[in-house]
Write a new protein. Structure first.
Lengths: 206, 376
């Protein structure tokens, strides 16, 4: 099979990959060109499926032998039977979807576990920009202006913990990291994570 | 260049288990087929390609008696050494469908009881009957497992039928620009085509083989069909309102527009090569086809060991005969029953026939998907 997985995954994806058990049934939402799925297929022998809106990226995934559906993830997650995946991954997309609470509910229905990651909006550099410049902040993780951003909502690690508690999700694993968008290296942040982490990753169950 | 030859396989239908879906016994049955590449020792590298409505077994390459190479196979850009469906790796089989007129038994074949062509005595055949006859050819070739079954349009219907009838034989399936069942729109176009043939006086209730056939009706039927295979965008790009030979309007009913002239040409070209009764039979088989209920049940798509086929569903943005929503319905049904399915809509303005036009995106999809199917 010409999977051609990358030698090394992006730092945040490598943490997600470390949470996935060998042989698991995995659904990767917004799977891009399928690097994570290809890596997991090669190294953990998973049964992977991806969903990708972009036709060219979805075709690239299928062309490397991955099972991928081209379509809108909000529609595509509707058709699966309950609990048909061990893990559903929503990586760096939560900040871009309408009705994220509904989406997470669907994901918790079709997957036994859900992994969610997003840029942390309460990083100190963002707080300082609002405090001193009084403008919508930009960062390496959130590089857009207010008028052209695909990120329609802002989420902090503290927000997600509170939300999980309220809707009854159990946070099984949590990891705050400090890395830049496309980097293969990064650091795990364990102290004052809401202030210092650029991304948060959560493994939740219902 | 790749040389191929048309073979035939004939068999008698003696057992009741081999009756047509209509319950009628059709015997003998001859199926024309062509093969490319070599069947490997493990006999696990065979791919069946199913042709569309008016296609034939000549999927790729050139015939021995065609030194000018004027007659390439209908999917020559896709199938061959080093191509998307690589004949260096795979053994390709393509059968002419039952009911057609390109070497397989159909209404123009001789009825052994009368010594004359069957005409309307030919029984109604279904997509299922076509698939059963293809299975006979594979049995004859000693193939028990297919690496993949691939086909577009009516060929895609055969692909789906294969997955339901013989799930134990199908490791993967690629239905392209197809549907689980015809919409009213698709049935309507087919009915207009059938009526165009049947109102031609030369049709003579199907009994025309000794006389000039219903060529005019058949040409009109093809004109209708051809429009459904194109798209608004493609016709705008190709013809727009361009005049034939740049002439002014003639103020009569000559073909003033290029699109008129083009359709007339396509119609008469088709009438010269295809049997009108075959159009009636095949179009009816396509209209009768309905696998929605079967694909919605898990059991019908798995073999006795419970293993499933891997699917790649492909649709085209400008296909208005089998639009993407119908491909999505198929994908939904496959997802609900837990099948391993991939789907991609290809952006193309050529309409339903886009899968017959060279496009590296389709080639890459097929090549990568076929490579990803693990050997048994």
């Amino acid at each position: 099979m010409a999977l051609n997985p990358p030698e090394q995954l992006r730092f945040d994806l490598s943490i997600i990959a470390s949470w996935i058990k060998p042989g698991a049934r995995v659904l990767d939402l917004g799977c891009g060109r399928g690097d994570l799925l290809a890596w997991l297929t090669q190294h953990k022998n998973i049964q992977g499926t991806g969903i990708e809106q972009n036709k060219e990226k979805a075709a690239a995934c299928i062309g490397r032998g991955l099972s991928v559906l081209q379509g809108d993830l909000r529609d595509e997650v509707q058709d699966y039977p309950d609990g048909c995946f061990d893990v559903v991954i929503l990586s760096q997309t939560l900040q871009q979807v309408y009705q994220p609470d509904e989406l997470l509910k669907s994901l918790a229905r079709i997957g036994k576990q859900v992994i969610v990651s997003f840029p942390n909006f309460s990083h100190f550099s963002i707080r300082l920009q609002i405090l001193f410049k009084g403008q919508a902040p930009k960062s390496n993780e959130l590089p857009y202006s207010w008028y052209d951003t695909p990120n329609i909502r802002v989420i902090t690690l503290a927000d997600f913990r509170k939300f999980s508690k309220e809707v009854g999700y159990t946070i099984v694993k949590e990891c705050a990291i400090n890395t830049h968008d496309q980097e293969r290296h990064g650091k795990i942040v364990s102290i004052f994570s809401n202030l210092r982490a650029t991304y948060g990753l959560f493994l939740i169950e219902t | 260049m790749l040389k191929v030859s048309k073979e035939t396989f004939s068999y008698e239908v003696t057992e009741d288990s081999q009756l047509l879906d209509s319950g009628i016994r059709l015997s003998p049955i001859t199926i024309a087929y062509e093969t490319l590449g070599e069947l490997n020792e493990a006999r696990d590298n065979a791919i069946l390609i199913c042709h569309a409505f008016s296609g034939d077994s000549h999927v790729a390459g050139f015939y021995e008696d065609d030194p000018q190479e004027s007659n390439p196979g209908w999917w020559n850009f896709m199938v061959g050494p080093g191509k998307g469906i690589n004949t260096d790796k795979y053994f390709i089989v393509c059968c002419n469908i039952l009911g057609s007129c390109m070497g397989s038994t159909g209404p123009s074949s001789i009825n052994p009881k009368t010594g004359k062509p069957y005409a309307l005595d030919f029984p109604m055949v279904t997509i299922g009957d076509m698939v059963v006859s293809q299975k006979q050819v594979l049995d004859h070739l000693g193939i028990t497992r297919l690496h993949s079954v691939i086909g577009g349009s009516v060929g895609g219907m055969q692909v789906l039928e294969w997955c339901v009838r013989y799930p134990e034989m199908v490791k993967s399936a690629i239905p392209i620009a197809t549907t689980m069942r015809h919409s009213a729109l698709a049935i309507a176009f087919n009915e207009v085509a059938r009526q165009a043939i049947m109102v031609d006086p030369n049709w003579n209730k199907g009994d025309y083989y000794q006389n000039p056939g219903p060529d005019l009706g058949l040409a009109v039927a093809r004109m209708i069909g051809h429009v459904t295979y194109l798209s608004d965008e493609a016709m705008r790009r190709k013809f727009g309102r361009k005049r034939q030979d740049n002439k002014d309007f003639s103020f009569n009913f000559e073909a003033n527009f290029q699109v008129e002239s083009y359709l007339r040409y396509q119609g008469s070209k088709f009438a010269a090569r295809f049997d009108a009764n075959s159009v009636l039979y095949i179009s009816k088989a396509a209209d009768y086809f309905d696998l929605a209920d079967k694909i919605n049940t898990r059991e019908s798509l798995q073999d006795l060991q419970g293993s499933h086929s891997k699917f790649l569903v492909i649709s085209y943005t400008s296909d208005w005969l089998y639009p993407t929503y119908q491909a999505k319905e198929l994908v939904q049904a496959l997802k609900r029953t837990g099948q391993d399915v991939s789907f991609c809509e290809i952006e193309a303005d050529c309409g339903h026939d886009a899968f017959l036009i060279k496009d590296s995106r389709l080639t890459n999809l097929l090549e990568g998907f076929l490579d990803g199917i693990e050997p048994s």
